[in-house]
Design a protein around this ligand. Sequence first.
Ligand SMILES: *[C@@H]1O[C@H](CO)[C@@H](O)[C@H](O)[C@H]1NC(C)=O
Ligand SMILES: *[C@@H]1O[C@H](CO)[C@@H](O)[C@H](O)[C@H]1NC(C)=O
Ligand SMILES: *[C@@H]1O[C@H](CO)[C@@H](O)[C@H](O)[C@H]1NC(C)=O
Length: 227
Amino acid sequence: MQRALSLVSLLVLGSAWTLQAAHVLTEPLILTQENFDLGRFMGKWYEVAVVSTCPHYMQRKRGNPIIVALELQHVPCEDNFTMMGTSFRNGSCKQMSTVHGLTTTPGRFYHHVARFGADVDSFVVHSNYDEYAMMLLLSTEKPSGNKTTTVKLYSRNMNVKAAVLDDFKTLVRQHGLSDDTIIMNQNKGECVPGEQGTKPITTQPQTLAPKKSKRNVVPPCTRGGCW
Ligand SMILES: *[C@@H]1O[C@H](CO)[C@@H](O)[C@H](O)[C@H]1NC(C)=O
Ligand SMILES: *[C@@H]1O[C@H](CO)[C@@H](O)[C@H](O)[C@H]1NC(C)=O
Ligand SMILES: *[C@@H]1O[C@H](CO)[C@@H](O)[C@H](O)[C@H]1NC(C)=O
């Protein structure tokens, strides 16, 4: 009797799960870092390794495999954050700022890349905040509808532990990419825009958060006043 009952409940649970799964299947189910903490994710990162199904992206990166320094800033109560990337390109120091919108899923963001007409969903799949963040980026190019998968490893410093790199390789394989195509970016030192006599390139300079709003300095967003 006990057995029959639990079998019935298993079947009921099973079909409920299948129904739910069918809903979710229209979009890939991607789990982000548990208890994601946006505040701790902000600040400075280095993009140390990348791999993508997009041939153009891979070609571009192979041509210039240099660590990009990223500065992430979130103004409390705003539903977006800015990501400023700084790196050497073609002999000069270039900067690019992108605004990422927050979503209802913690650790999931979206942004649009006008240059490629691409909508990008990004996910912080794993992060311990003070060492590494493993990023999954799914983008859809608008006219063609082409979808690409990119996996990136962010690190708080330019050197990455072997164990972290192994976990990153596992994540890369889980998303159907080969781990021997991973591009390890090289440390060519940090550059400062302007020092080479070049002007920084910013896509949305008007949205840049003021310099003083560094992480740990900004007061926490009070509940009730905003979402
Ligand atoms: C960021 O969010 C704030 C409010 O949450 C909004 O006023 C602002 O326009 C947003 N910025 C961008 C670039 O979307
Ligand atoms: C790099 O610099 C050279 C010389 O200044 C220029 O001809 C070339 O177009 C530049 N390439 C890119 C991708 O900016
Ligand atoms: C879309 O993807 C297909 C297959 O990978 C490729 O042949 C085609 O050139 C891509 N289209 C664009 C506009 O990138």
